[in-house]
Design a protein around this ligand. Structure first.
Ligand code: DX5
Ligand code: ZN
Length: 235
């Protein structure tokens, strides 16, 4: 699969979001990652659907909206109307996960599920046909700039295997938290194909270079067969 980079605006200048979007777009971003936090599901507050609606006016890139909120079912329609392209909910926040995923698709968005670092992949077993994206948290959600948890690599490898076994090869595996050129190459090798990065991209002096470095390692590297990722065709 093609490697995609989704800069997280959590590390952007919130007083200048339009120009921060443009900066990422010019530097080669594929998606824009938007972190929505409610101060309840996670110990931090950020932005809501009105800000997504404003962002929508300033970029044509897909808006990859990551809901770190309790009761996400109450907000699906608002985020759809705001122009979200992808809507990702946390499995830990959903009592009726299958219903929520199906509603997200009915509202015309791609449906994503996010898993905290301690949450097992088993939670996905019966919803594999209902999702388009899986977001693996590689830090505990709530803040940018945290250190990547190494256990993520094993988890990503197992998830790609799980998706391949189910014939769901097209599902995106997104990794979010502590992504830089070095951690990106590890998770890409394990089967992830979307790199979310906040501090590494927005904190860098040369954004084009930092974005390229997140995919460069894999796309320029010769393909090799790794028995543990059999069937994972990087196209
Ligand atoms: C964390 C957010 C991330 C965050 C990643 O809760 O979900 O998207 O912006 O930031 P970095 O890349 O700085 O770890
Ligand atoms: Zn995020």
């Amino acid at each position: 699969m093609q490697i995609l980079v989704a800069p997280s605006i959590l590390s952007a200048d919130f007083a200048n979001l339009a120009s921060e979007l443009k900066r990422a777009e010019v530097a080669g971003a594929d998606w824009i990652h938007v972190d929505v936090m409610d101060g309840h599901f996670v110990p931090n507050l950020t932005i809501g659907s009105p800000v997504v609606a404003s962002l929508r006016q300033h970029t044509k890139l897909p808006l990859d909206v990551h809901l770190m909120i309790s009761n996400p079912d109450q907000f699906l329609k608002a985020f759809a109307e705001a122009g979200s392209t992808h809507l990702t909910v946390h499995v830990e926040a959903c009592t009726h996960l299958q219903r929520i995923l199906s509603q997200i698709r009915l509202l015309g968005m791609k449906a994503g599920v996010a898993l905290n670092p301690a949450t097992p992949l088993d939670m996905l077993t019966y919803v594999l046909d209902d999702l388009d994206l899986v977001l693996i948290m590689s830090v505990n959600p709530g803040f940018g700039g945290q250190e990547f948890l190494q256990s993520t690599v094993t988890k990503v490898r197992a998830l790609r295997q799980m998706l391949n076994n189910a014939g769901r090869h097209q599902v995106h595996i997104i990794v979010d938290g502590g992504i830089n050129a070095s951690t990106a190459s590890k998770v890409i090798e394990a089967g992830a194909n979307v790199m979310v990065a906040g501090k590494y991209v927005y904190g860098s002096a040369d954004m084009s270079l930092s974005i390229a470095s997140l995919r460069g390692n894999s796309s320029t590297r010769p393909r090799h067969h790794n028995p543990s990722v059999t069937g994972n065709h990087h196209t």
